[in-house]
Write a protein that binds this ligand. Structure first.
Ligand code: DGT
Ligand code: CA
Ligand code: CA
Ligand code: ZN
Length: 582
């Protein structure tokens, strides 16, 4: 899939460059769409070309296919090479900055002779930019704040980025799987921390193979630079500028090493203190008697924890936030696991802004061995997302009806759903008589991210047909912090109205701390992928990790219920709210 990524990046850049040059908007959108389709399709572009299937893909036209072929044959796209002569590429990197758009960059280029990223940053900070037309004080403040966030987000990657990179690394090591026993991604990625500094990859193998393994590691095709190339430890920097640390240990040291390199540091410090008080010493090499230095264990993580009188602790909890005390009393809760998940409540098809067809989404979920899914295309107010009006939803119901005939006998249920917009006054974007026809309704805010939106969410929850609040805090990974919100009030209302709150895997919203608050209040959450393509459906694993980091237990995760449990959840709210009305 490395090629998909490379080509998508070039199409994205060509679109930006053409927009910068004031080219035809139709052409620009076409290239953007190609980039999106390629990076989210989940199928290797080289395979698509080989089988000819590329010609059937919605969103990739013939002239784009020519460019893709050109890249696959020559490693270059000539249009892109031409554009690079005309547009300062480095300047366009700033489009990642929240608040900076092409218009602003073009203006700075024309009026202030800004030619590079650094030129632009200087122009903002020196106040020069403020003199340009349309650049009010507020806009400049926004850009400054955006630059700050952007610089910070460059230092650490999002969990999603780390997860993807981690998967690619694991795949790279499949080629040498005969040389090692165990492999694991450790560090903050294993703990499912929302941002990850660097990736820590750990392998156990017989010493004679270590040389080969380190050679394989530094030859990772995505590596840009080798920082360290050793016998036990090597480090690389990837093309995207991310560091990966790689370590080899002996099989007998596996558990102790994994425990050590998973962290967190704070957790490990406590663990070591407890061991010391028992006359033991724990290091990355094993558990030893402090006086004699005799090795007494460490082949598995369980062994390490058991030797100091506690239960094994799930990595997501290892932050010294109460988990050690509970493990000592052997009272840790049983956390939700991926295998508990029976369905997904929020996904989009190409009826609104998804990449794949509804049929493809359904089939993919069936293959994940789910018991049910909710199709949740956007409603009419979300124009940019190609939202559906009531007639369109009813048309979609007919398609769902047909698909049910095939899938229900297989024990797989397709629920009619939507992601209905919560409008600025808190009312919903679809009429109640339609909402009632859905099997499950997600309601979300997609506008006015700068204001306190508590009242909108509270009002939406009072609707008897709303079952889940989508991405409740409006937060997005890395770039957006979310709107001001009184979470306690939202939690209280969720409990009073039998409404669930969403943990959206794409945005890490709710965040783990907020999940923990829901758990303490006994409020049900639903872990959703908000998938816009088949590929995104696999992020459920990550969502479960974030939920676990928020101490989520299966009883309070809606996806652990079977189909009748979900139906009962919906019915009970309708009964409850209607009984209140009379
Ligand atoms: P990151 O990469 O900043 O997101 O966070 P981590 O937790 O992955 O930290 P990293 O990569 O520096 O180290 C990986 C693990 O190795 C860390 O979680 C715990 C362990 N470790 C590293 N340095 C130390 C140390 O000085 N003392 C102790 N006790 N553990 C350490
Ligand atoms: Ca790390
Ligand atoms: Ca590290
Ligand atoms: Zn949404």
């Amino acid at each position: 899939m490395e090629k998909n990524k490379e080509i998508a990046r070039i199409f994205e850049k060509m679109a930006d460059m053409l927009e910068f040059l004031g080219d035809n908007p139709y052409r620009i959108n076409t290239y953007r769409r190609v980039a999106e389709v390629l990076s989210e399709l989940g199928e290797d572009v080289e395979d698509l070309v080989r089988t000819g299937k590329i010609h059937q893909i919605h969103g990739i036209g013939e002239s784009s296919i020519e460019k893709i072929l050109e890249y696959l044959h020559t490693g270059k796209i000539s249009l892109y090479e031409e554009l690079r002569q005309k547009v300062p590429e480095d300047l366009l990197e700033l489009l990642e900055v929240p608040g900076v758009g092409i218009k602003t960059l073009r203006l700075a280029y024309d009026r202030l002779k800004v030619r590079s990223k650094d030129d632009f940053i200087r122009a903002v900070k020196s106040g020069q930019l403020a003199f340009l037309p349309g650049m009010g004080e507020k806009k400049i403040q926004n850009i400054l704040r955006g630059l700050e966030l952007w610089e910070k987000s460059k230092e650490r990657m999002t969990l999603l980025q780390a997860y993807e990179l981690g998967k690619t690394l694991l795949k790279h090591f499949e080629e040498v799987k005969d040389f090692f026993e165990n492999i694991q991604l450790a560090g903050s990625l294993r703990r499912r921390k929302e941002t990850v500094g660097d990736i820590d990859l750990l392998v156990s193998a017989e010493k004679q193979h270590w040389g080969e393994l380190h050679r394989h590691f530094v030859n990772y095709p995505g590596a840009k630079e080798v920082l360290l190339y050793g016998e036990t430890k090597s480090s690389i920097v990837t093309q995207e500028g991310r560091q990966v640390d790689f370590r080899t240990v002996e099989p007998i040291q596996w558990g102790a090493a994994l425990q050590y390199f998973t962290g967190s540091k704070e957790h490990n410090v406590r663990i070591r203190d407890i061991a010391r008080a028992m006359g033991l010493k724990i290091s990355e090499y094993g558990v030893f008697k402090a006086d004699s230095g005799e090795w007494i264990g460490g082949k598995t993580e369980e062994e390490v924890y058991n030797l100091i009188g506690m239960d094994w602790i799930p990595p997501e909890l290892r932050e010294n936030a109460g988990e050690i005390e509970l493990a000592l009393e052997r009272k840790l809760p049983r956390l939700v696991e991926l295998r508990d998940i029976k369905g997904d409540f929020h996904m989009h098809s190409n009826w609104s802004d998804g990449i794949n067809s509804l049929e493809e989404m359904v089939e993919a979920c069936y293959r994940l061995s789910y018991q049910y899914i909710v199709i949740g295309d956007h409603s009419q107010s979300s124009r940019v997302a190609n939202g559906l009006d009531p007639a369109k939803y009813r048309e979609q119901f007919k398609l769902i009806e047909r698909l049910r005939e095939h899938y229900e006998p297989l024990g797989f249920y397709i629920l009619r759903g939507c992601e209905v917009d919560i409008l600025p006054d808190g009312s919903l974007d679809l009429p109640d008589d339609l909402l009632e026809e859905f099997d499950f309704v997600v309601a979300s805010i997609h506008s006015r991210f700068n204001q306190d939106n508590t009242y909108r969410i509270l009002k939406a929850m009072e609707n008897p047909f709303v079952n889940l609040i989508g991405h409740p805090t409006g937060k997005a990974y890395g770039t957006r912090e979310g709107y001001p919100l009184d979470l306690d009030k939202v939690i209280q209302m969720a409990r009073e109205t039998n409404t669930a709150l969403e943990l959206n895997t794409h945005r890490a919203d709710l965040s783990p701390e907020k999940v923990r608050k829901c758990m303490e209040a006994g409020v049900t959450i639903a872990i959703v992928t908000d998938a816009h393509s088949v590929k995104h459906l696999s992020y459920m694993e990550l969502g479960v990790g974030l939920a676990r980091r928020g101490w989520a237990v299966p009883e309070l995760v809606l996806n652990t219920r079977d189909i009748s449990g979900v139906r009962e959840f919906v019915e009970s709210k309708r009964r409850l709210m209607l009984s209140r009305k009379v």
